[in-house]
Design a protein. Structure first.
Length: 201
């Protein structure tokens, strides 16, 4: 058993410098590709990349590290940036309070904490907006169309509400009646139809 451990340690001690040299060469090539005619910028990129490479070797969250390395296989600076952003978003998502909205975010982006964070915030803001809107009829349209998506409910509510107000201000009764007949439960389509009639389409 001791012999096996000694052999493994010997292999690691020989392979480690070779691997490090390989990474350094890879980073130098990366820098040269980025700035083929600028040695100062090559050195800047090299320093930034080698620092990020060392940082990525120390990170602890394997799940988040995998996201970062999959997205940027050969760009350690972008791996570091992505790791930090995703790790921060993962921590944020572990603290959020609205379980329903959290489920929407998880369903939409099961493998991307940053997008979960973004989606959670947008959906929560839209949920709060939909809780205080005043036109119950238009709210009903939005809820029917998007029962599980507050962001789309808000978008639909605003669009339908604007179209309803527009239709109430129009004075061509024949065109209004026709638009209402064609789309009795959709103000946005009433507006579209009304405008199309007036333009002679």
């Amino acid at each position: 058993m001791k012999k096996v451990i000694l052999v493994l340690l010997l292999i690691i001690s020989v392979a480690s410098p070779a691997f490090a040299q390989s990474v350094e060469n890879q980073i130098r090539e990366f820098a040269a590709r980025e700035y083929p005619n600028d040695s100062r910028m090559q050195q800047y990129v090299y320093n930034k990349q080698i620092s990020a490479y060392r940082y990525m070797r120390t990170v602890k969250d394997a799940d988040v590290k995998q996201i970062a390395t999959w997205e940027y296989l050969t760009d350690y600076a972008m791996q570091k940036f992505t790791y930090d952003k995703q790790f921060s978003a993962k921590r944020y998502m572990s603290t959020v309070k609205d379980r329903e909205v959290k489920q929407i975010a998880l369903r939409e982006y099961p493998n991307d904490y940053s997008m979960q964070n973004y989606t959670y915030d947008k959906q929560l803001s839209s949920k709060r907006y939909m809780a205080i809107v005043t036109d119950r009829e238009v709210k009903g349209i939005a809820l029917r169309e998007y029962p599980t998506d507050y962001l789309m409910q808000k978008y639909t509510y605003d669009k339908q509400s604007s179209a309803k107000q527009y239709m109430n201000e129009q004075d061509n009764l024949a065109a209004r009646s026709r638009a209402l007949r064609e789309y009795p439960n959709d103000y946005a389509m009433q507006k579209y139809t009304y405008d199309r009639i007036l333009s002679g389409w």
